[in-house]
Design a protein around this ligand. Structure first.
Ligand SMILES: [Zn+2]
Ligand SMILES: [Zn+2]
Ligand SMILES: [Zn+2]
Ligand SMILES: [Zn+2]
Ligand SMILES: [Zn+2]
Length: 220
């Protein structure tokens, strides 16, 4: 039997957080173990591993399993997503299967929807001759019929579009010719002006020489 006069470290102690029965901590042990017990005492307050708040150890596991801040893996793209944002993520996740908004019944990844839409047989598309002036729009599946039926009309459109582009090229060339002519004229004008200046210079030089020889001859 242990007497209370034994070494104090050996006297059985109760948990510092003992609390009230029945949910209190039942731990007893030597004083030397009391502080380290607090790391595992069910009444200790511990930070949730997802960082939301502190919880008593006895409730922690249960809380962490359903913490709104817990990170989960998106089952479509495998990204880590915070639980409270999962619903929004699933609406945007590029890998999540989404029903075609045009009601064709196809379900595909959101990121593939534009591609699916472009291939949709009932999508309204422009005639491939639109750039040559055909204004026809039809469902994709009907377009081959139009192209076949409108061979003659498209040929006419093509020919007039070629003609007008030839005319445009001709007009462009004429405009360039015009510019060249103007440049040539301006060069010729400058030439004439330059020659006039040269002539004047030569005349002035002649005058100076003449004046010099006059001076010499009057002195000698
Ligand atoms: Zn305890
Ligand atoms: Zn939490
Ligand atoms: Zn995802
Ligand atoms: Zn569709
Ligand atoms: Zn057409």
């Amino acid at each position: 039997m242990t007497r209370t006069t034994d070494c104090p470290a050996r006297v059985p102690m109760q948990c510092r957080k003992k609390g009230a029965a029945p949910s209190g901590c039942e731990w007893t042990g030597p004083l030397s173990d009391r502080e380290s017990h607090l790391n595992e005492c069910p009444l200790s307050w511990v930070q949730c591993k997802w960082g939301c708040a502190k919880f008593q150890l006895r409730h922690l596991a249960e809380h962490e399993a359903e913490c709104l801040d817990r990170v989960m893996q998106c089952s479509h793209c495998n990204d880590g997503i915070i639980f409270r944002e999962m619903k929004r993520h699933l609406q945007q996740c590029a890998m999540a299967p989404t029903e075609c908004p045009n009601g064709c019944g196809v379900r595909t990844r959101k990121s593939l929807l534009p591609q699916h839409d472009a291939q949709r047989p009932r999508k309204m598309v422009d005639c491939p001759f639109a750039c040559h002036g055909c204004g026809r729009r039809a469902m994709r599946m009907d377009m081959p019929t139009h192209v076949e039926a409108a061979v003659g009309a498209h040929a006419l459109l093509l020919s007039s579009s070629l003609q007008s582009s030839a005319e445009k090229t001709k007009a462009d060339l004429a405009a360039k010719d015009d510019v060249i002519t103007k440049l040539e004229t301006s060069i010729a004008e400058r030439d004439t002006a330059l020659q006039a200046v040269m002539k004047r210079l030569a005349a002035l030089r002649g005058c100076q020489q003449e004046a010099g020889s006059h001076r010499k001859s009057s002195r000698g």
